[in-house]
Write a protein that binds this ligand. Structure first.
Ligand code: PEP
Ligand code: MG
Length: 787
């Protein structure tokens, strides 16, 4: 029996305790019991929340629960303004009321005991919400998955527990509960309080060798400090290979570890990148991170976790400075180790019968069972290896997209969300089929050719086998040394999760880091989010994304483009109901013109960049979309300065050339002070040719190599050269080898391509550069002959 009424230690919990401590809490309990050393902690149970709302009274004497239910009964959830205001009132009330002494004293006692385990008065903890109504679809909880890191001291813990409770009443969660007929008075929330690992050394481990697929080997990566350095790719870690069962260390590679990530020593919050030589001493740079005994301890723990889950795992581990012990921070299945029998029981067909056509948006062949979904609440239906079919993807669907073997949509072009994300994930995709969700049913089997934009009935043997051969050949090619080109070849990134993969292409930097995905993935309209007082959370989320990319590419430059989400995309979001209806959103309120009208959002973006710059990342650039007037550059710079971000000093400053006007007055724009310009040919083409890029009826006329577009590009490159301003391209055309050749001849400084196209573009650029040299040499020879 527990010594407490409102608190349960992880050791006391198991997976059947979901009603009491939510899914997260119960899972941590289950792992602790299985002997897996997760960082210790406790849950403030759903009982505590219930006690709080039923016993604490508001000013007029009613209980908090009565007061909340009264407000909710008077709220029309379809009136978004009212819903926002009323739920905000409830959240404020929960946060402002004092924690009852009965609960507060238990939290205090448990927190002290937790700290004492580490011989301390107080320790840093993370406080997270853990929802209890297990049968509610995941989307009902989107936006209320609160996590507070670096919480320190009893008061702060109690405050964050209340904040987690308050997150039960976000507009979005309330809306979903109402729409799905759940009783608001029966949903409770637990809060998990868990020690933050103060890592002395940390890393990742694969319980099957991800390079050779050998399941008898465990591969461990290790470096100094917090795990972010390894996960983000900022440091090359040590690598050890251990044989399962005999626990023999088969291989050791001791890397030169120049940098490490540590908790910010000044504020105690957040993290900073420091030099290993300064922080630990020069002898640590080339020192073996784990002792041989520790290598074996980590490997054995990995094998145990694999056994627990029954599948090879990708595990984040750390040794805690406070008690010297090994902790497991995260474990997930290795998804790239596919079982050969993935199309189990499905006969392959010899014949290739086309059932759908669309645009090939992400190259490659994918095959599997179809799952049709219409919104993010259904993403759990998509299992590893399924083919995801939907009208149009949105950021909430990304977890399912990652599991899919291929993606098919009804709508969208080559620059739509589905196309951009699937290219980054390297998953074949066909978009704009118009009728995939009608023609295909869940349970059908199909083969998707993302290169040519065709979907075939059944699992087509010849195509699937061709893919296997290509994969095998692919390995040989990758082993070659990367080409060095005078024209830099960069990469476009929109999801920080794929930064590492993108960096592994060897690209010379990020020519376009799109903000849309990061901002839209907060799950709520960002302007409303700020209005609800959650600016800091938005800034943190953005900073996290920018930091991940900046670290993965450091010291290569990363150009962050400020938000450019048109009204029709914002409208799709919860809280987006008030977005204006525009006749043509492509010509409407988007890009820098919208950002200047809503400076609070632009400020949040600049604050996030400033935060990352202050951590030592001096490789970031800011790029403004859809600029057409010098005044827009000036005003954006003023906003940056107002939050302490100094253009040209803290960050490089540039614009996208996407509007013909910008190309035509490029000299005036450069006079405002620009380090670089980048052609957004997706927009530049649409605005030059007056062809809506999303309209597939006229898509055959959409041509980035149209002479008018090329003329604008040439003009800008010539002027930019005169002023010493760097030129680049980040539109989809940068991934087209024919366009790349033209641009090299026009003298562009860099080309930014999609991750899957970097290799091809690099080769194309190298070839074209050599051709130019050869032509020049031949010309000289010829001239000499003449003499
Ligand atoms: C472009 O317009 O070419 C571009 C890269 O921006 P987006 O596709 O996000 O509009
Ligand atoms: Mg654009």
């Amino acid at each position: 029996m527990s010594e407490y009424r409102f608190i349960k230690w992880f050791e006391e919990l198991s997976k059947k305790d979901v009603p009491l401590v939510g899914g997260k809490g119960a899972n941590l309990g289950e792992l602790t019991r299985a002997g897996i050393p997760v960082p210790p902690g406790f849950c403030v149970t759903a009982e505590a929340y219930k006690y709080f709302v039923e016993n604490v009274r508001v000013e007029d004497g009613r209980t908090l629960q009565e007061w909340i239910m009264d407000i909710i009964s008077k709220t029309n959830v379809d009136d978004s303004k009212q819903l926002q205001e009323n739920t905000a009132k409830i959240r404020e009330k929960i946060i402002s009321l004092p924690m009852p002494e009965e609960i507060a004293s238990e939290i205090e006692d448990a927190y002290k005991k937790l700290s004492q385990r580490f011989g301390k008065e107080a320790v840093y903890v993370a406080v997270r919400s853990s929802a209890t109504a297990e049968d509610l679809p995941e989307a009902s909880f989107a936006g209320q998955q609160e996590t507070y890191l670096d919480v320190y001291g009893v008061e702060d813990v109690i405050d964050k527990v209340k904040k987690c409770w308050a997150s039960l009443w976000t507009a979005r969660a309330t809306f979903y509960r109402a729409k799905q007929g759940f009783d608001h008075s029966k949903v409770y929330l637990s809060a998990v309080v868990q020690k933050m690992v103060n890592s002395e050394k940390s890393g990742v481990m694969f319980t099957a060798n991800p390079v050779t697929n050998d399941r008898n080997e465990i591969m461990i990566n290790a470096s100094w400090g917090l795990g972010e350095a390894v996960v983000s790719g900022a440091v090359t870690p040590d690598e050890y290979i251990v044989e399962k069962g005999t626990w023999r260390i088969k291989e050791k590679f001791i890397a030169k570890k120049e940098v490490m990530v540590v908790r910010n020593p000044e504020t105690g919050k957040g993290t900073v990148l420091v030099k290993v030589a300064d922080y630990l001493g020069p002898e640590y740079v080339e020192k073996q991170v784990l002792t041989d005994d520790q290598i074996i301890e980590v490997a054995k723990m990995g094998a145990r976790i694999e056994e627990h889950y029954g599948w090879p795992q990708d595990i984040e581990w750390a040794y805690d400075k406070d008690d010297g012990k090994l902790y497991i921070v995260q474990s997930r299945p290795i998804t790239t180790l596919k079982e050969e029998k993935s199309e189990e029981g499905v006969e392959m067909t010899e014949e290739a019968e086309v059932i759908l056509k669309g645009l090939g948006a992400s190259p490659g062949i994918g095959a599997g069972r179809v799952v049709v979904i219409f919104d993010a609440s259904e993403i759990d239906k998509v299992k590893e290896g399924d083919v995801l079919v939907t009208t149009m993807t949105n950021p909430d669907m990304v977890p399912a997209m990652k599991r899919a073997s291929a993606i098919i949509t009804d709508e969208g072009g080559r620059t739509s969300h589905a196309a951009i994300v699937s290219r980054e994930l390297g998953i074949p995709a066909v978009v704009g089929t118009k009728e995939a969700t009608k023609k295909l049913k869940t349970g059908d089997y199909v083969t998707v050719d993302g290169t040519r934009g065709v979907v075939y009935k059944g699992i087509v043997k010849s195509l699937v086998e061709k893919k296997k051969e290509e994969k095998a050949e692919g390995k040989v090619v990758v082993a070659g040394a990367p080409l060095v080109t005078a024209t830099k070849v960069k990469v476009n990134v929109s999801m920080p999760e794929v930064a590492e993969r993108a960096a592994a292409t060897g690209a010379d930097g990020v020519g376009l880091l799109r903000a849309e995905h990061m901002i839209l993935s907060i799950g709520q309209h960002p302007v409303k989010f700020i209005k609800e007082g959650k600016e800091e959370e938005l800034v943190e989320k953005l900073a996290e994304g920018i930091r991940t990319v900046a670290a993965a590419f450091y010291p290569r430059p990363v150009w962050y483009r400020t938000l450019d989400a048109p009204t029709n995309e914002f409208k799709e979001m919860p809280g987006g109901e008030d977005e204006p209806d525009e006749r043509n959103p492509m010509l409407g309120w988007r890009g820098i013109r919208r950002s200047l009208d809503q400076p609070e959002l632009l400020k949040a973006e600049f604050k996030a960049i400033k935060k990352v710059v202050e951590e030592g990342y001096d490789n970031i650039g800011v790029m403004l979309p859809l600029v057409a007037n010098p005044d827009q550059i000036r005003r954006a710079k003023e906003i940056a300065r107002s939050v302490g971000l100094e253009p040209h000093k803290d960050v490089e400053w540039g614009i996208m050339v996407e509007v013909p006007a910008a190309a035509l007055i490029i000299e005036d724009l450069i006079e405002e002070g620009l380090d670089f310009v980048s052609f957004g040919t997706n927009d530049l083409t649409q605005y030059t040719l007056a062809i809506d890029r999303d309209n597939d009826r006229i898509a055959h006329l959409y041509d980035e190599k149209h002479p008018a577009v090329l003329k604008l590009i040439k003009y800008v490159i010539d002027i930019a050269k005169k002023y010493g301003v760097e030129t680049s391209i980040c539109g989809q055309a940068g991934s087209d080898p024919k366009m790349a050749k033209i641009l090299v001849r026009l003298g562009i400084d860099s080309i930014s391509a999609n991750p899957d196209a970097v290799e091809l573009i690099r080769k194309t650029v190298a070839q074209e550069e050599q051709k130019i040299l050869l032509e020049a040499a031949r010309k000289r020879l010829f001239e000499e002959d003449e003499l």
